[in-house]
Ligand binder design. Structure first.
Ligand code: SAH
Length: 495
């Protein structure tokens, strides 16, 4: 098999990144934009020892799960990889990802993976967008999304995952850049001003925030503007961003606009947001509501992107926590206290831990505005702080994609809560971490994926672990032989 060979494949599987997989002559070929069940003619683009890559030339027989993508740029944009697949097939595919990861990475086979809880309308669900701003080949200012694996901006003015206001706001910003000669950031040489625009909307309240991420020196900007009133910041900023007052006036008129800020970021890395934000119009935060709880959200804080499914996710986590009102609960990686405050309604006491100080400011304030007095929040890395917390009956964790820190797992096992509720946005690291909990004596009771990110390959999973032997304090650092020795000794002593 060589590069540029034309081959015919029947797609019989999907990769975790959403590419179709077909087999030929003992080799697996990854085919972008193919769907399980497709029969395709492809050109081989790369050959390795046991696998290769191929690009579709012709769909000879479409899969019964194939549908017409809704978006014109779905193949080029790095956002949606599953638009050519029916939603039912997408949900089955995601259930399979979780099942395979638990099996292959965690060696976990004896637990049923529940069908993924999907959405009634799996479109326009995102409450947040971060648009890169740049220039096209003709030198025109553009916005859109990065293409898969590159930083080429694919113009995408009507993304079907986002809110209608995105387009309105972005076109006002691009128009303002054009008429005031405000430059777009150029990653190649680190010049230009406007890097990204963050837009976030509270679905329950209609409140909108816009944050312009600008290529400005963080230290100078902070020194110059932090102590000033919002009005004075704006007039001072005119020297750095000509016409900013006019922009603010214009986008301030968009229905629901509540907060406009800038975030200086001159660091030539991929991190989108700068270290801090400066409000230049309206409030520092927007408010949103999930269930009965209201949340204040600042631009830097993490907030789940799919509010409809977030409610389902948190209700599942709350159900799994099995609270009666007597429990002390930790909510590790708590963000702005979203899950903590859900839990606080049914627990004796909740301790939330989060690394971003702004998020904890939001969390404390959120407890206050909801009159919740049994939740306390701490800033810091979960792995550093959990040791200082009082003992816990239930521990909820909701880490970023990289999963739990080894030390954090160690402490959780030492604290030995009756139940652990693991909320995960990456089932690969979930599987790795579950293995450790299982080895330490925990039983996986339930695994429930919830579709938070329709049309993309990401899957959110809630998992309940129980400690059927709540008094076993087994140190994780032991290897398996030592572990079995201890179990045997314990059993002998109990006889
Ligand atoms: N449970 C929250 C947030 C989940 S996202 C919600 O549903 O809204 C994960 C959070 O973990 C982010 O807010 C991130 O800032 C935080 N985080 C990342 N690393 C951390 C660490 N080592 N210790 C504590 N929090 C951390």
């Amino acid at each position: 098999m060589n590069k540029n060979d034309i081959i015919e494949l029947v797609i019989d599987d999907m990769s975790v990144e959403g590419a179709g997989i077909g087999h030929l002559d003992g080799m697996a070929f990854f085919v972008k934009d193919a769907v399980t069940g497709d029969k395709v003619r492809c050109v081989v683009t790369k050959v390795k020892k046991t696998y290769g890559y191929a690009a579709i030339r012709e769909i000879m027989e479409p899969s019964k799960d194939r549908v017409e993508p809704r978006c014109a740029v779905s193949k080029r944009c790095g956002g949606c990889t599953l638009q050519a697949m029916s939603y039912e097939a997408e949900l089955r595919f995601k259930q399979n990802i979780v099942r395979n990861n638990l099996k292959k990475i965690g060696g976990i086979t004896d637990v049923e993976i529940q069908p993924v809880i999907g959405m009634n309308n799996p479109w326009n669900y995102r409450n947040k967008a971060q648009f890169p701003v740049g220039i096209d080949k003709e030198g025109k200012n553009i916005y859109g999304f990065f293409a898969a694996r590159t930083h080429d901006i694919i113009p995408a003015s009507d993304c079907h995952l986002g809110i209608a206001e995105n387009r309105e706001i972005m076109e006002l910003i691009i128009g303002w850049m054009n008429s005031h000669g405000v430059s777009a950031y150029d990653e190649a040489d680190g010049t230009g001003l406007i890097r990204h625009v963050l837009i976030r909307k509270g679905f329950a309240t209609g409140q909108i925030m816009v944050c312009l991420i600008c290529n400005l020196d963080e230290e100078n900007t902070r020194e110059e503007f932090e102590a000033l009133s919002v009005k004075d910041r704006l007039s001072g900023l005119e020297k750095k961003i000509a016409g900013i007052s006019e922009l603010v006036k214009t986008i301030g008129k968009v229905t629901g606009m509540t907060s406009i800020s800038i975030s200086p970021n001159s660091i030539r890395e991929n991190t989108i947001m700068g270290e801090y934000t400066l409000t230049i119009w309206g409030k520092d935060v927007i408010v949103d509501r999930i269930g009965d709880i209201s949340y204040e959200i600042s631009p830097l804080a993490f907030y789940q992107v799919n509010p409809v499914q977030t409610k389902v996710l948190y209700e599942t986590a709350l159900e799994y926590a099995g609270l009666t009102g007597d429990e002390v609960v930790w909510d590790l990686y708590c963000g702005i206290g979203t899950i903590s405050l859900f839990l606080a309604q049914k627990a004796k006491k909740v301790y939330g831990v989060e690394i971003i100080p702004d998020a904890i400011t939001n969390a404390r304030r959120n407890a206050e505005i909801n009159n919740i007095t049994n939740a306390e929040f701490f800033v810091g890395a979960a792995e550093d702080i959990v040791d200082t917390l009082p003992s816990s009956d239930v521990i909820v964790v909701d880490p970023p994609r990289k999963g739990l820190d080894e030390r954090c797992i160690d402490t959780i096992v030492r604290v030995s809560p009756k139940r652990i509720v693991y909320v995960s946005c990456d089932s690969a690291t979930l599987a790795r971490d579950l293995r450790q909990f299982v080895d330490a004596g925990y039983t996986i009771e339930k695994v429930q994926p919830v579709d938070q990110f329709s049309k993309t390959c990401h899957v959110e999973t809630v998992c309940l672990l129980s400690n059927r032997k709540a008094d076993s304090h087994i140190k994780l650092s032991l290897d398996m032989d030592e572990y079995y020795d201890i179990i045997e000794k314990e059993q002998a002593e109990n006889k």
